[in-house]
Design a protein around this ligand. Structure first.
Ligand SMILES: Cc1cc2nc3c(=O)[nH]c(=O)nc-3n(C[C@H](O)[C@H](O)[C@H](O)COP(=O)(O)OP(=O)(O)OC[C@H]3O[C@@H](n4cnc5c(N)ncnc54)[C@H](O)[C@@H]3O)c2cc1C
Ligand code: FES
Length: 272
């Protein structure tokens, strides 16, 4: 059951030119309910502004950490908070990732990177083998890579301009990773689980829709399960206003805030 609370800012740290990490003292009642990939809806200042959805990056016994980039008025207001200030938080909200797979590849692009850290840490804590592929616009947007390196078996970084990691798109690294997950003798695409094949991974991804669509396509090609976290503009955040409706492959519409933000890739109508 989501809780609305005035939460004290415990820490605000600037991660790069664009992103901030904010730790909120939410209390145990909210923090104890969090599961991987959920989000909080934060009231960003003036009453005319709606709440802003921000993924839960990490959580503790009575704290929640969010990492956000300044995009407009709401996130700019949030970035000006100071330790000791209070912010109105509603959460945890939404349905998150299933991290029960034995081998996981977490894929994050831009502001889709922070929620994947919580997933990676939680899955590693439960004993899964976790690998990460992270995409950034450029060096100035790189964040949290040290945290991923701590809990992941491997981590690769790619950027649009090559200023950090390799130059290119995350899908290239995802494809390389999946290609390597074959026995070495079968055709990598057609290898559908011969006895020599290692444990097939599950891919968990968050980022811009074009990136998610491309990752879903690569996973389909390799016959690998894929969960995606969608980003839509939101109003209420609890399934009451239809702002976040998105088209599904079966012709129905779902609420990203309540039915998602995480869906299985095959559920989504990628051409809508
Ligand atoms: C489930 C979910 C989780 C999110 N998690 C994070 C996160 O962990 N870190 C983070 O930095 N951001 C996250 N976002 C995006 C964040 O909500 C927006 O950046 C924020 O609402 C912008 O508010 P603003 O008032 O600063 O800017 P606005 O003035 O409202 O908008 C500025 C720009 O941001 C774009 N934008 C606004 N809302 C969204 C949205 N929901 N998704 C994508 N683009 C948007 C607008 O199109 C516009 O170009 C998440 C969004 C969703 C739906
Ligand atoms: S934001 Fe209102 S229904 Fe999803």
């Amino acid at each position: 059951m989501p809780i609305q609370a005035e939460c004290q800012v415990a820490e605000l740290v600037r991660l790069n030119d664009h992103a901030y990490s904010m730790t909120l003292e939410t209390g145990e009642a909210m923090a104890s309910q969090v599961s991987c990939g959920q989000f909080v809806h934060i009231k960003c200042g003036h009453s005319r502004l709606l709440r802003r959805p921000i993924s839960i990056c990490e959580w503790g016994k009575d704290t929640i950490r969010v990492v956000f980039e300044v995009r407009g008025e709401g996130t700019a207001w949030l970035s000006r908070r100071e330790p000791g200030d209070r912010v109105d938080v509603l959460g945890p909200l939404g349905r998150g990732f299933d991290v029960s797979g034995k081998k996981l590849l977490v894929v994050g692009g831009g502001i889709g990177v922070p929620p994947m850290l919580g997933c990676a840490r939680e899955a590693a804590r439960r004993g899964s083998e976790v690998h990460a592929v992270l995409g950034f616009r450029d060096e100035g947007h790189r964040m949290l890579t040290g945290d991923f390196a701590e809990c992941c078996r491997s981590m690769s970084v790619i950027s649009d301009d090559g200023s950090t990691g390799r130059k290119g798109f995350v899908t290239e690294l995802v494809e390389e990773f999946l290609r390597a997950q074959t026995c070495g003798t079968c055709d990598p695409v057609l290898c559908a689980g011969c006895s020599g094949r290692p444990v097939p991974p599950e891919v968990l991804a968050c980022g811009p829709k074009a990136m998610l669509k491309a990752v879903a396509q690569v996973c389909r090609t390799y016959g690998v399960g894929c969960q995606v976290s969608l980003e839509e503009r939101m109003g209420c955040g609890v399934g009451a206003c239809l702002v976040c409706a998105c088209d599904m492959a079966d012709g129905h519409r779902k609420h990203v805030c309540k039915d998602g933000p995480v869906f299985r890739a095959e559920e989504v109508d990628w051409d809508a």
